[in-house]
Design a binder for this molecule. Structure first.
Ligand SMILES: *[C@@H]1O[C@H](CO)[C@@H](O)[C@H](O)[C@H]1NC(C)=O
Ligand SMILES: *[C@@H]1O[C@H](CO)[C@@H](O)[C@H](O)[C@H]1NC(C)=O
Ligand SMILES: *[C@@H]1O[C@H](CO)[C@@H](O)[C@H](O)[C@H]1NC(C)=O
Ligand SMILES: *[C@@H]1O[C@H](CO)[C@@H](O)[C@H](O)[C@H]1NC(C)=O
Ligand SMILES: *[C@@H]1O[C@H](CO)[C@@H](O)[C@H](O)[C@H]1NC(C)=O
Ligand SMILES: *[C@@H]1O[C@H](CO)[C@@H](O)[C@H](O)[C@H]1NC(C)=O
Ligand SMILES: *[C@@H]1O[C@H](CO)[C@@H](O)[C@H](O)[C@H]1NC(C)=O
Ligand SMILES: *[C@@H]1O[C@H](CO)[C@@H](O)[C@H](O)[C@H]1NC(C)=O
Ligand SMILES: *[C@@H]1O[C@H](CO)[C@@H](O)[C@H](O)[C@H]1NC(C)=O
Ligand SMILES: *[C@@H]1O[C@H](CO)[C@@H](O)[C@H](O)[C@H]1NC(C)=O
Ligand SMILES: *[C@@H]1O[C@H](CO)[C@@H](O)[C@H](O)[C@H]1NC(C)=O
Length: 867
């Protein structure tokens, strides 16, 4: 057995021999595997008992993982086949992680208990696997707003319990599958209420056999595809239908006579097709609120009388539909009418609004018709648009109603403050409806077919707000308030509003909060009246998980000052650290380099020290890496330096790698290499290029990182100024560990002992220097510098268990300056020379992270191994 194999075995052994507490070992192994392929996993995903230690996003029933909900976590990576091991999983919600890319693994079909599969707003691509048809329990399938391609798998028809099927906004093509003989098809989905297929490239005719009277669909959405042929009359057999969108396709022929039989339809879109034949007679649709028949080639007709009798209509859109004759005055007295759009027709005569027009009416658009006369009623508040009619020729042209289109057709709306004066907040904070500066979770609500068009009516917003709030409250989520703003509509006539959800208790959400809130939104666990129609929410990434303060009333000014100070302090910290290190170097006695073979300790036969503490790093063979880089081809070389070269590699599943290959002569001591691997494998931070694995084989030393196309420390330092991430308490913790390493000259974990615990234990004594003399670096102790105690205190405050007990980075910087002063070192005066001593070359710090001779975040911070 070669040493490499032994190392691999050991890594595996570590992962499996650890007790898994209350969690089924298979489930633990699956989560560990996912944890290794995902970046930005929740902070408490450590230890070996996901169920017992309540990993964020995990729910268990009797030691088995039944729910994995991590929406809006900023996850990056792929959904690998490992998911299949979670064989009791009922809910999988990974929505709004647009960094989750690659194919949807066919192994998903093994999750036969799955009831909710919610992957909307991710970056998945490739075909939807056929195996999805095996998920017999599935009720909610949300795959919308991804980049799926290929056909709709006929096997979806096998999902007899399916309630909601949402495939909208992908790049699906081909025809809509229906069953024939032994194959499945969507016509079998008799329990499904929602067919959401809009915004794809589906083509061909809708097969008439898709619909039957045994179906119970309420929403059928096919808008914006490439469908053609005639609209099947069988659609009228689905008596339950409430919303039908067939617009933006290439349908031809006439609207089936049977259509009028769809008496429950509220919203009907047939616009932007090539429909011909008689103008449809929808007189029996007694609950029709919103109808859009625009841009078709119907036979010329006078204004249909049934329209004037449809008492429920809020919105009539019949642009470019070959209508002629007068506009009946009775239309304007329809009690609910909000919008009437009849532009680009041949409507003529006098526009008579009558005397009993409805006060709901907002807009009448009659552009480009043949209206010759308009006796404008006095005091009417409706917007009339008559440009392009004879009435606007000559002197009439100066009338308001002859102006061009409304410049801003959208009324502005923004949830008002709740009886308080809005706070002025620092850059990323927002004043909540309760006037506190907070970091809201944001996103956009998209309503695909609302039954109203007057989006200026504030009742719409108050009703959404109260429905969301009551759902957040009943799910015990830490939400203080919600705010809606910026209502708009797009070319698909989707009505969109920006949603901001504000935290209660703190000024930001933690991962638990976001996962719960985003899940309520992705799964639509809230009730809105059916007049809002089908909808979906797309969440923005949340970047304030680790925002420091818990103060909720900070004013803007102090926020800005703190922000600037924190940003500026990054460089200062580096300089100070360099200064302190130089100081330590000077004092450090020359010691012989222990040239022991560290990898001996990695042998399975040895139980002492040196066991590699690998977390998620995989060990690769030389041959594997040779293969992935095409024999280390020059074409794959993406950088080089004194240490050797960096190559780009590709895993068989397509994942890109950056492989740092040390050249002969620049190899580190085996010990250093081991340390580097151990450290890197424990670092999971968005500013650090993640370690995927390593190779210690064929006398080679290679580190395998995630491939990041373009990134530099300079950018990272700027991804700091912008977001003030340096105030993150997690960074403070790591920094504290670094400080402890400096004073003790120990590795964070040495001989199985964790530096933080070691120091903390000793500090319980009330001896001189806390009795730390046994573990402090002898080089520092002789003679003991002034301020050392303060320095240790500072380090320990940084590694407090609870984030809110740790100081902010700004305070840390201050204190280091203080300590250096006490020690008789002017932190600023000789920073240049100390940097020079350390050979900290600026330009080196700003190159691509893989090109750095050392680890880019740790350059200077973990220099111990080289001295
Ligand atoms: C495990 O996670 C908790 C909660 O985030 C954290 O306090 C603790 O330090 C972590 N432990 C290790 C060993 O990473
Ligand atoms: C349909 O479901 C059954 C039961 O889960 C399964 O055995 C079968 O393979 C599925 N068929 C397809 C086409 O997915
Ligand atoms: C459609 O999906 C893309 C991502 O694939 C997203 O950026 C876009 O906002 C989505 N559009 C709608 C209307 O959902
Ligand atoms: C429908 O479109 C397909 C291509 O997508 C084409 O082959 C077919 O001829 C079209 N049918 C009609 C009736 O236009
Ligand atoms: C309309 O629906 C009724 C059932 O509600 C049915 O009896 C009738 O045949 C349908 N008419 C047409 C033309 O489809
Ligand atoms: C529309 O249909 C209704 C009944 O379905 C019928 O009574 C009426 O005459 C029709 N109107 C026209 C203009 O065809
Ligand atoms: C009708 O077509 C025109 C031209 O393509 C387009 O600008 C307009 O938005 C369409 N109307 C509707 C209601 O879709
Ligand atoms: C309106 O147009 C119709 C034909 O579409 C025509 O018969 C009628 O005379 C026109 N009326 C006026 C007032 O121009
Ligand atoms: C706003 O909408 C509500 C509910 O739809 C309605 O009762 C109310 O009259 C509307 N208000 C205005 C000013 O249109
Ligand atoms: C997350 O926040 C909630 C309330 O906002 C709190 O109860 C919970 O303890 C927090 N969880 C963690 C892991 O910090
Ligand atoms: C999803 O939402 C539905 C209501 O639409 C609710 O009944 C169900 O409990 C929710 N499921 C989960 C897993 O939250």
């Amino acid at each position: 057995m070669g040493s490499r194999t032994e190392i691999c075995l050991l890594v595996i052994a570590i992962q499996f021999l650890v007790a898994t507490g209350q969690t089924n070992p298979q489930d633990f192994a699956a989560l560990e595997a996912l944890k290794n392929v995902w970046t930005n996993i929740p902070p408490n995903w450590n230890g070996s008992d996901p169920c017992g230690s309540s990993w964020i996003g995990i729910q268990c029933t009797n030691s088995r993982v039944t729910s994995l909900t991590l929406p809006s976590m900023g996850l990056i990576g792929q959904l690998t086949g490992d998911i299949a091991q979670l064989s009791e999983l009922e809910t999988l919600d990974l929505s709004y992680n647009n960094g989750l890319t690659g194919p949807l693994t066919p192994s998903i079909g093994s999750l036969t208990k799955l009831t909710y599969l919610i992957l909307l707003g991710c970056g998945f691509s490739g075909p939807i696997p056929d195996t999805i048809g095996s998920l017999q329990q599935l009720r909610f399938l949300y795959l919308n707003s991804n980049r799926f391609t290929g056909n709709i798998p006929p096997s979806i028809g096998n999902l007899s319990n399916l309630y909601w099927l949402d495939l909208a906004n992908n790049s699906l093509s081909g025809t809509i599958p229906v069953s024939s003989g032994t194959t499945h098809g969507l016509n079998l989905l008799v329990n499904t209420k929602h067919f959401h297929f809009g915004n794809n490239q589906l083509s061909g005719p809708i097969p008439p056999s898709l619909f039957s009277s045994s179906m119970t669909l309420i929403h059928v959405l096919f808008e914006n595809n490439l469908l053609n042929g005639s609209i099947p009359s069988t659609l009228a057999l689905v008596q339950t239908l409430e919303v039908v969108r067939l617009d933006r396709n290439s349908f031809t022929g006439s609207v089936p006579l049977q259509f009028s039989n769809l008496t429950n339809v509220n919203v009907l879109y047939l616009s932007n097709n090539q429909l011909t034949g008689p103008f449809p007679n929808l007189s029996r649709m007694n609950y029709l609120f919103y109808v859009d028949l625009s841009n078709n080639s119907f036979d010329a007709s006078i204004f249909p009388s049934w329209l004037s009798n449809s008492q429920s209509l809020t919105t009539i859109v019949m642009e470019n539909t070959n209508l002629s004759g007068p506009v009946p005055a009775v239309l304007f007295s329809l009690p609910q009418l909000q919008t009437l759009t009849l532009s680009n027709n041949q409507l003529n005569g006098t526009l008579d609004v009558g005397s009993s027009y409805t006060n709901q009416l907002e807009l009448v658009d009659l552009q480009n018709n043949l209206i010759s006369n308009f006796p404008e009623p006095a005091g009417i508040t409706v917007d009339f648009i008559l440009v392009g009619n004879p009435v606007c020729k000559g002197t009439g042209g100066t009338k308001t109603y002859c102006g061009a289109k409304l410049s801003n057709p959208y009324p502005s709306y923004s949830t008002p403050p709740n009886n308080c004066i809005p706070a002025t907040c620092s850059s990323n904070q927002v004043s909540s409806p309760n006037c506190r500066c907070e970091y809201p979770y944001t996103g956009t609500l998209h309503f695909r077919a609302p039954s109203f068009s007057d989006i200026g009516n504030s009742t719409i917003y108050t009703s959404i707000q109260s429905s969301l709030m009551s759902s957040f409250q009943s799910n015990q989520l830490p939400v203080d308030s919600v705010s809606l703003s910026n209502p708009t509509t797009d070319t698909d006539h989707y009505f969109m509003i920006t949603l901001e959800v504000f935290p209660s208790g703190q000024d930001h959400f933690n991962q638990t909060g976001i996962s719960g809130i985003a899940h309520v939104l992705s799964n639509q666990t809230f009730d809105l009246p059916s007049t809002y129609g089908p909808l979906f929410f797309i969440g923005d990434p949340y970047s304030y998980f680790a925002e420091g303060s818990s103060g909720t009333n900070k004013s803007s000014n102090s926020g800005v000052i703190i922000g600037a100070a924190a940003g500026g302090s990054v460089l200062l910290v580096l300089v100070l650290l360099a200064g302190f290190y130089a100081f330590r170097l000077k004092r450090r006695a020359e010691k012989a380099d222990k040239v022991n073979n560290p990898f001996a300790a990695w042998d399975l036969n040895t139980t002492s020290g040196g066991v590699p503490l690998l977390k998620g790093a995989r060990c690769f063979s030389y041959d594997e890496l040779k293969n992935y880089t095409n024999n280390f081809a020059e074409a794959n070389s993406i950088g080089s330096g004194g240490y050797g070269k960096v190559y780009r590699g590709t895993l068989p599943d397509g994942q890109l790698l950056a492989i740092k290959r040390a050249q002969q002569g620049s190899m580190q001591g085996g010990m250093e290499f081991k340390t580097e691997i151990e450290l890197l494998s424990r670092v999971h931070h968005k500013n650090v290029v993640g370690l995927v694995g390593f190779c210690f084989d064929h006398k080679e030393q290679m580190l395998v990182y995630e491939y990041i196309a373009n990134g530099s420390l300079r950018e990272s330092l700027s991804e700091y100024y912008m977001t003030q991430q340096v105030t993150e308490k997690s960074d403070v913790y790591s920094f504290g560990v670094v400080l402890l390493e400096l004073v003790t000259a120990r590795q964070p974990i040495e001989k199985g002992k964790y530096i933080v615990r070691e120091v903390r234990e000793r500090m319980k004594n009330d001896k001189v220097l806390y009795g730390l003399d046994e573990i402090l670096d002898p080089a520092i102790l002789a003679p003991t510098p002034k301020g050392l105690e303060k320095f240790v205190d500072l380090a320990m405050s940084c590694v407090e268990e609870k984030g809110d007990q740790r100081p902010a980075m700004g305070e840390v910087v201050k204190e280091i300056e203080n300590v250096l002063q006490i020690a008789g070192l002017n932190p600023n005066a000789d920073s240049a020379s100390t940097s020079a001593t350390l050979e900290v070359d600026d330009s080196k710090g700003y190159i691509h992270p893989y090109n750095d001779d050392s680890l880019f975040v740790y350059s200077g911070a973990f220099p111990l191994s080289s001295s």
